[in-house]
Design a protein around this ligand. Structure first.
Ligand SMILES: *Cc1c(COP(=O)(O)O)cnc(C)c1O
Length: 396
C-alpha cells in the first residue's frame, strides 16, 4: 500500500522536504493524523489558525459566502471586501487609510514594496534576521543568505542593518530611502523582540528623512500578541504601512496591505492588481475571524494563555530563555536539540516548531485551552530528555 507521504514525494515538488505527518482532520487546537493519532497543535499552520481548526463561525461564514457569491474579480465591489477594508482601518484606528487585499504575506509585502517605489525614492532599509516572504520582491527584503543567493539578482537597493540597533538605522537612513521595513517581533528568526523603544526610534529616524515606516505584521498581527497589532502594545508607534496575512483569514488565504496618509494613495489605477485578492469568501472568513476574536475575548485569552505558556516553558530544565509576547513565544534551549525536541514532541502528541538548532517557536491557536498547556507542561520533561539523548547519540 502506498502511503500518503510516498504519494506526496511522487507528486509534489520537493521544496519543503519530506512532510513530518499526514494530517486528516482538526478541531479546536487539536489535529489527527491519517492513523487516527491525536496531537495538540502548538504551531497552528504557522501562526495562521487563530480560531483553531474547524471553528463553526469560520465554517459558517465561508459556507454561506461561497453559496451566495464566491468570486467576482476586481472589476466589481462586494460587501465582504469593503467591510473588511473598513474593519482593518478601524482596528488600526486610522481614518485616512486605504487597503489593498491579496492572498498571502508575500503578496501583501509585494504591494507595499511597489508602493514604496511610487514615493520617487528607490532604497529600502530592512533588518538582519528578517523574513518577509519568498516572491522575488519579498525575498529581496529577507535577509537569510540561503534563501536569497540561489535567486540573485533580486530587486535592488535594499540595505540590511542589524535588528534592534538604533544607531545602525541612523547611519543607514537618508533622503534616498523610501521606507524602513521591520517586523515588530521577528518571527522566523525565532521570536526576537526588540527593545521597547526601538520601533519608535525607527519611526523618528524614517520620518526625519521623509521615509515611510512599514511594519510587517504578517505574523504578529490579528491578536497573536494580545493586541490587534503588535505595534499597538507600544506607546507612540504609528507606522505608515502595515502588512497582514497569516492569522487574518484563520486558514483561508488572504493578505492585506494597509497604508495611510500620503502612502494610502501612492498606488494608482494600473499600478498593481490581483485576480483573487479581495475574494469575497476569503474576506468573509477574515470578518468571521475578527468577529470571533471579539466575541470570544481572544485578545485577553492570548495574554492569559501566553503568560501561562511562557511561565511553564521557563520552568523546564534545558530552557534557558523564553522570548515573545502573548501567544507568540520562543524557547531557547541549552543545546542544539530543537529538531529532536520537535520529533520527540510529535511522538508524545504535540506539534511544535524549531526555527533554528537551539530554538523552538510556539504559536498555538488563540483558542488553546489551559488544559492543553498543562498537558504540554506534563509532557515536556520527557520530550526534552529524549531530545537531548537523541542529539547526543547522533553526534559522534
Ligand atoms: C510568513 C511571513 C511572511 C510571508 O507570508 P506568506 O503567506 O508565506 O507569503 C511575511 N512576513 C512575515 C513576518 C511572515 O511571518
Amino acid at each position: 500500500m502506498t502511503t500518503l507521504q510516498e504519494r506526496y514525494t511522487g507528486a509534489v515538488m520537493n521544496t519543503f522536504g519530506p512532510p513530518a505527518l499526514a494530517l486528516a482532520r482538526g478541531r479546536g487546537a487539536h489535529v489527527w493524523d491519517t492513523d487516527g493519532k491525536e496531537y495538540v497543535d502548538l504551531l497552528a499552520g504557522i501562526a495562521v489558525n487563530a480560531l483553531g481548526h474547524a471553528h463553526p463561525a469560520l465554517v459558517d461564514a465561508v459556507t454561506t459566502q461561497l453559496s451566495t457569491l464566491g468570486h467576482v474579480s476586481n472589476f466589481f465591489a462586494t460587501e465582504p471586501q469593503v467591510s473588511l477594508a473598513e474593519r482593518l482601518t478601524g482596528l488600526l484606528g486610522w481614518d485616512d487609510a486605504r487597503v489593498f487585499l491579496s492572498n498571502s504575506g508575500a503578496e501583501a509585502n509585494e504591494a507595499a514594496f511597489k508602493l514604496t517605489r511610487r514615493t520617487g525614492r528607490t532604497r529600502v532599509v530592512a533588518a538582519e534576521g528578517s523574513f518577509h516572504g519568498r516572491t522575488m520582491g519579498a525575498l529581496a527584503l529577507t535577509s537569510k543568505a540561503a534563501y536569497r543567493e540561489p535567486f540573485e539578482p533580486l530587486p535592488g537597493e535594499v540595505t540590511f542593518v542589524p535588528f534592534d540597533d538604533v544607531s545602525a538605522l541612523e547611519a543607514a537612513v537618508d533622503e534616498t530611502v523610501a521606507a524602513v521595513v521591520l517586523e515588530p517581533i521577528q518571527g522566523e528568526a525565532g521570536v526576537v523582540v526588540p527593545a521597547p523603544d526601538y520601533l519608535a526610534a525607527a519611526q523618528r529616524i524614517a520620518h526625519d528623512h521623509g521615509a515611510l515606516l512599514w511594519l510587517d505584521e504578517v505574523q504578529t498581527g490579528i491578536g497573536r500578541t494580545g493586541a490587534w497589532f503588535a505595534h499597538q502594545l507600544l506607546e507612540g508607534v504609528a507606522p505608515d504601512v502595515v502588512t497582514l496575512a497569516k492569522g487574518l483569514g484563520g486558514g483561508m488565504p488572504i493578505g492585506a496591505t494597509v497604508a495611510r496618509g500620503g502612502a494610502a494613495t501612492l498606488l494608482q489605477p494600473g499600478n498593481h492588481g490581483t485576480t483573487f485578492g479581495g475574494n469575497p469568501v476569503a474576506c468573509a472568513a477574515a470578518l468571521a475571524v475578527l468577529d470571533t476574536i471579539e466575541s470570544e475575548s481572544l485578545l485577553a485569552a492570548s495574554v492569559q494563555r501566553g503568560d501561562q505558556l511562557a511561565g511553564l516553558l521557563a520552568r523546564h530544565t534545558g530552557v534557558v530563555e523564553v522570548t515573545g509576547v502573548g501567544l507568540m513565544r520562543g524557547a531557547e534551549l541549552d543545546g542544539p536539540y530543537a529538531a529532536q525536541a520537535v520529533a520527540a514532541a510529535r511522538d508524545a502528541g504535540f506539534i511544535l516548531n524549531a526555527t533554528g538548532p537551539t530554538r523552538l517557536r510556539l504559536v498555538p491557536p488563540l483558542v488553546i485551552t489551559s488544559d492543553d498547556l498543562d498537558a504540554l507542561d506534563a509532557a515536556l520533561p520527557h520530550v526534552l530528555d529524549t531530545a537531548r539523548a537523541a542529539a547526543q547519540e547522533s553526534t559522534p
